[in-house]
Design a protein around this ligand. Structure first.
Ligand code: NAP
Length: 283
């Protein structure tokens, strides 16, 4: 049977979703279409009624629709409900089912490195969309201590309030400065960069990396950026002997978990991740 899938959002031209999902569909020998569909903010209700949408068995949802979709769904899974964000929609007959695979995608990347969040001291940089999901996930995973450092303190505080409301976990917040990094990275087990500092095409990076020297010796430094694959943060952490992880694992795993939902099957995640990494290297 043919399966019709898509990634829906705006902007969409540079999305890597087709590489991830087409690799899986091709390896499985499926008859498929996977399209990029540009839907502007506010146009989601019209899209949902369109023939193009009704022909899809499922779609990956990206900016700016991850929250707007929720009111249109018949079912919302637990992570999507807690995050108030949906990245995967499956049509089940007339019912629209919403899921969020970002949190578990991030956890799988971290697990690949032999780490888990439970009982760990986690410092997260940034307070935007992706950090919102990861902060909630680390709280539900029973991290011992979560600290959010952000350029705009009020955003970090609003996120901390949300995590407390949803999970009962208190989160420490501070403004992101060299001094606060040095203070809060003391005794940190997992450091996660959820800012675009060091990203390709962004003319901004950390001023200095001295804060890395106060991390726990066995700490994991996780940059959510995947372009470049080695940011300056990861290069410095590597030189100091820390375990490092870029954002490619999270990107790929959230897609593979979405495919498991679309196809209603378990996939050999390690096998498909390796295939997708190979393809992404060639792009
Ligand atoms: P977002 O919602 O726009 O949030 C950006 C965050 O970074 C905000 O907290 C912002 O602080 C901070 N920031 C922006 N520019 C900064 C600067 N020059 N100095 C210090 N802080 C700065 O973005 P997002 O969607 O959460 O994405 C954040 C990062 O995660 C990006 O690098 C993106 O590539 C990466 N990401 C990775 C994956 C993956 O699968 N690996 C998925 C999604 C995103 P303010 O609050 O002060 O503006």
């Amino acid at each position: 049977m043919k399966i019709n899938l898509a990634v829906v959002g705006d902007p969409i031209a540079h999305s890597l979703s087709p590489v991830i999902h087409e690799t899986v569909l091709q390896e499985l020998g499926m008859d498929y279409t996977y399209r990029k569909i540009r839907v502007k903010k506010g146009d989601l209700p019209a899209f949902l009624k369109s023939g193009e949408c009704l022909s899809l068995q499922g779609y990956n949802l990206t900016m700016p629709h991850k929250q707007d979709i929720i009111q249109h769904l018949d079912f919302v899974d637990e992570d999507a409900r807690i995050f108030n964000s949906v990245n995967t929609v499956k049509a089940d007959g007339n019912r629209l089912m919403g899921y969020n695979t970002d949190g578990n995608g991030c956890l799988l990347g971290i697990q690949d490195k032999g780490y888990e969040c439970k009982d760990k001291n986690i410092v997260i940089l940034g307070a935007g969309g992706v950090v919102s999901t990861i902060a909630l996930k680390t709280a539900t995973e029973k991290a011992k201590k979560i600290t959010i450092l952000n350029r705009t303190l009020s955003s970090a505080q609003a996120l901390a309030d949300n995590v407390y409301r949803k999970t009962g976990k208190k989160v420490i917040t501070s403004t992101l400065t060299t001094e606060s990094l040095c203070e809060h990275c003391q005794d940190c087990d997992i450091l996660i960069n959820g800012t675009p500092l060091g990203m390709e095409g962004i003319d901004a990076d950390f001023n200095d990396f001295s804060f890395l020297s106060v991390l726990n010796p066995y700490a994991l430094v996780h940059d959510l950026i995947y372009k470049p694959q080695m940011t300056n943060l990861l290069t410095h952490a590597n030189k100091l002997g820390f375990a490092t992880l870029n954002g490619l694992g999270m990107l790929i795993y959230q897609g593979l978990l979405a495919d498991e939902i679309f196809l209603e099957t378990s996939l050999d995640l390690a096998f498909f991740k390796a295939k997708i990494e190979d393809k992404l290297k060639k792009i």
